[in-house]
Design a protein around this ligand. Structure first.
Ligand code: SF4
Ligand code: SF4
Length: 460
């Protein structure tokens, strides 16, 4: 099949997929787990257990706190020791349920066997309910509740394409790659379930051409399963290929408008790990209490690079220590990839559903160039996959011109870092554009709230 890619901007950072050949290992469960109530986009979950309660693995311990929210389940069996705020990886205090682990006794009705269940159920409502009840959220970074995304609001256009994102375009990360190699059929069955829920759009399994083995393995598994209306779509390697809007543009040649959702152009995008979680939820009634993360970085030898299946609630320090400890050369530890990831301020933070890496970077890799004046070379604009003008946004931000920032669509920035990567003047474009976006989004939200309140008054 012809390789494709998105047409605006993008950059080609070195792959650095140093853990690509390391099979997924299952981490042993530590003595204590700390389960965050804010593991998803939307309202935090509300605990439904009390201190002293006995819980089993996979049992619901928190329920959705709003329409956009998700169930949270116990990652092991044991006793609830505390329910209290605890610092997340950015150092923000977030409610956590602390569980003193006593074993791994699963709750009733969960299939923990390895048996593959390929037959797709007929009942769409049942499948959606299971995805919701199992707390499945998008594992490509956004952690948006999957049952909401698979059930577009009434009046939305019909889904014409389901894009399963296996691009994993961020350097260093290999968890999706390993999952594709080791569990291709569950991913494809999960994709087929979502296809059915959405009414049968064509499904594209999107994989960059720097992962030829994954393209091959997924293609063979697809042939064996015999799913029609589903194809493996190879993509030309280019960052940020895995961005939702970039993937839609590459495959469907459609542009998602400013502030619009993918469904507005008939697209639904889900990550390969989410497809795997959907398979486990629907076919096994198994809640999302595990995921795969990569322990990697340019200061680790090959034998210390790992892909681990972890349970939510494991302290990152525990994972780091199991993997051999934090290398002394690590100047920065990042959660996520080097382009879009966030620096970990608190290594005692607990792993969450969306955790994808512990990335150790050397000082020489993280060092920023000394900032100098913009030379108007235009490289940042050429690299921006959203068609923005980062040099201009930077200038407007420094001038405090929020109206102009909004007019120049700073809110469309996907925080990919292509501008920063391209700038020869070492200008912290990503940091500044991110801050500018935060300011403008705050203004847009306040305006929407005021309009809603005014409409409420008018209707009285
Ligand atoms: S971080 Fe934002 S402004 Fe910079 S290249 Fe990416 S989308 Fe464009
Ligand atoms: S890449 Fe840097 S130096 Fe070039 S125009 Fe953009 S901000 Fe200016």
């Amino acid at each position: 099949m012809k390789k494709i890619t998105f047409s605006i901007g993008g950059v080609h950072p070195n792959d650095c997929k140093l853990a690509a050949d390391r099979p997924i290992e299952v981490l042993p469960i530590p003595e204590t787990l700390y389960v965050s109530m804010a593991q998803h986009l939307g309202a935090p979950a509300k605990p439904v257990v009390s201190v002293g309660d006995k819980v089993k693995t996979g049992q619901v311990i928190a329920e959705p706190g709003g329409f956009i929210s998700a169930f949270v389940h116990s990652p092991a069996s044991g006793t609830v020791k505390s329910i209290a705020p605890r610092a997340d990886l950015a150092g923000r205090m977030v409610p956590h349920i602390e569980i003193a682990v006593e074993g791994d006794e699963w709750a009733e009705g969960i299939d923990t066997s390895d048996a593959l269940i390929a037959e797709i159920p007929e009942d769409r409502a049942m499948m959606l309910e299971r995805i919701k009840n199992c707390g499945v959220v998008g594992l490509g970074g956004a952690t948006f509740p999957t049952h909401v995304k698979l059930n577009p609001a009434p009046g939305s256009p019909a889904a014409e394409a389901l894009l399963i994102n296996g691009a994993e375009c961020e350097p260093f990360l290999t968890s999706d790659y390993r999952l594709m190699l080791e569990s291709p059929k569950p991913i494809l069955i999960g994709a087929s379930i979502m296809q059915k829920i959405l009414g049968g759009p064509k499904c594209y399994i999107c994989i960059e051409d720097n992962k030829p083995q994954a393209i091959k393995v997924m293609g063979e598994a697809l042939e064996e399963l015999g799913f029609s209306n589903m194809v493996v779509q190879p993509l030309l390697k280019k960052y940020p290929q895995g961005g939702e809007k970039q993937l839609i543009q590459a495959v469907m040649r459609r542009e998602v408008g400013s502030g619009a959702l993918p469904i507005s152009v008939g697209a639904v995008v889900q990550n390969v790990s989410t497809a795997f979680a959907v398979y486990e939820a629907v076919q096994k009634n198994k809640p999302l209490i595990t995921n795969v993360l990569t322990v990697t970085g340019d200061c680790l030898p090959v034998e210390k690079q790992h892909n681990y299946r972890f349970r939510i609630g494991m302290p990152l320090s525990y994972i780091a220590s199991y993997a051999g400890g934090i290398p002394t050369e690590a100047a920065k530890i990042v959660s996520g990839g080097p382009m879009m990831g966030r620096a970990i301020a608190n290594i005692e933070a607990a792993a969450v559903k969306g955790s994808s890496s512990l990335l150790y970077l050397k000082e020489s890799t993280t060092r920023r160039w000394t900032e100098s004046a913009c030379i108007r070379c235009g490289r940042c604009s050429e690299a921006c996959p959203m068609g923005l003008e980062p040099f201009l946004l930077n200038r407007l931000y420094k001038g405090g011109l929020t109206d102009e920032l909004e007019k120049n669509a700073v809110q469309d920035c996907i925080e990919c870092g292509c501008c920063l990567y391209s700038c020869p003047a070492g200008i912290p474009l990503l940091d500044n554009v991110r801050q500018a976006k935060l300011q403008v989004m705050g203004i847009i939200r306040a305006r929407a709230a005021a309009a809603k309140a005014a409409a409420g008054q008018a209707n009285k």
